[in-house]
Ligand binder design. Structure first.
Ligand code: MN
Ligand code: MN
Length: 323
């Protein structure tokens, strides 16, 4: 609402293909001080079990995000006028030290939170969400709305590896970061390892909305239920790009056919309005498997949709509590 909020580069003066890419062409800043939302890259994919490459996600998403404009035409939200948003760069991570990378990611998110901002992260594989939850969930136990083809609540890999992009939410629940009765997973599908693959998750109280149920009920009804589940609790939004159909998002590590269209995903994210979003991410964009940047563009667009809801929420709250 004020003139001094960080603004994207004016594309009427500097063409979209020119300059050094940052998220949404926003200023690149060294710290999250004075920000409401810190957009941050987490270029790490050491938890990937199949096709690697999500470490290149943040750079490709930044590049494609140069196409995003200032106004959400559907909701009429102008996020960069409602909230102070900037690109705080990437969290540097060691690509071959898993536990070290998790510690660095947690520390990077901790710095954002300590500065008083909320993180909007671009992964990275889905294991990067665990250290983000460690930082955000330390402040308050979180609810979560999770869009994915996969539940990511597996226990382990190769017998003894507890940390992969298939396990983050099992670990997060064990570590008391998430309240499983306030967790909803939407878009789950694909072939499974076992008949009872999701038994642990549902026994904890996680609500799994499989793709077939989404097709039957539609976005409005599903999101109304999701919002009832998270209630007024601080909520994390995690968007795995593989929830989209591979025809619209081929650049990802574990594609599953029968996914959401980008339009359905936008519709759902817009319906998050009113949810108390404590942080969010878009993960698993793997540019080496992308074509023409369409997956990175989808990732950038989903980040914009989430950002619009976050900014609107922050501005409404500011409006209620005064300047
Ligand atoms: Mn995932
Ligand atoms: Mn997935």
């Amino acid at each position: 609402m004020t003139e001094d909020f960080p603004q994207p580069v004016d594309s009427a003066l500097v063409p979209r293909f020119a300059g050094v890419p940052s998220f949404f062409r926003l200023p690149l800043v060294a710290s999250a001080a004075d920000l409401d939302v810190a957009v941050v890259g987490i270029p790490w994919d050491g938890g990937t079990t199949n096709r690697a490459g999500a470490r290149h996600g943040p750079r490709a998403i930044r590049d494609q995000s140069s196409l995003i404009r200032r106004v959400n035409h559907a909701t009429r939200v102008e996020p960069f006028r409602l909230a102070r948003v900037a690109d705080v760069g990437d969290i540097p991570t060691d690509p071959i030290d898993l536990q070290g990378a998790l510690r660095r990611i947690e520390a990077g998110i901790e710095a954002i939170l300590r500065a008083g901002a909320r993180p909007l992260a671009a992964g990275g594989d889905h294991l990067t969400t665990l250290p983000v939850l460690r930082a955000v969930g330390r402040r308050h136990k979180l609810a979560m709305i999770h869009f994915d083809a996969h539940s990511d609540t597996n226990d382990r890999y190769f017998g003894e590896n507890y940390y992969t992009h298939g396990t983050p939410f099992r670990r997060a629940i064990e570590e008391n970061l998430l309240d499983p009765r306030r967790v909803v997973q939407i878009g789950i599908r694909g072939s499974n390892y076992d008949l009872d693959e999701h038994a642990w998750a549902t026994a904890q109280g996680i609500r799994i909305i499989y793709m077939e149920e989404f097709v039957r009920r539609g976005a409005a009804e599903v999101m109304a239920e999701a919002k009832t589940i998270v209630g007024h609790a601080p909520t994390y939004i995690s968007f795995d790009i593989d929830c989209l159909d591979p025809s619209m998002a081929p650049g990802t590590g574990t594609p599953e056919v029968g996914g959401f269209t980008t339009r359905e995903a936008q519709q759902m994210l817009r319906l998050l309005d009113g949810v108390h979003i404590a942080g969010a991410d878009v993960v698993e964009v793997a540019p080496p498997f992308d074509m023409g940047g369409i997956t990175a563009l989808a990732g950038a667009t989903m980040m914009f949709e989430v950002l619009c809801v976050m900014a609107h929420g922050l501005a409404s709250h500011r409006g209620r509590s005064g300047p």
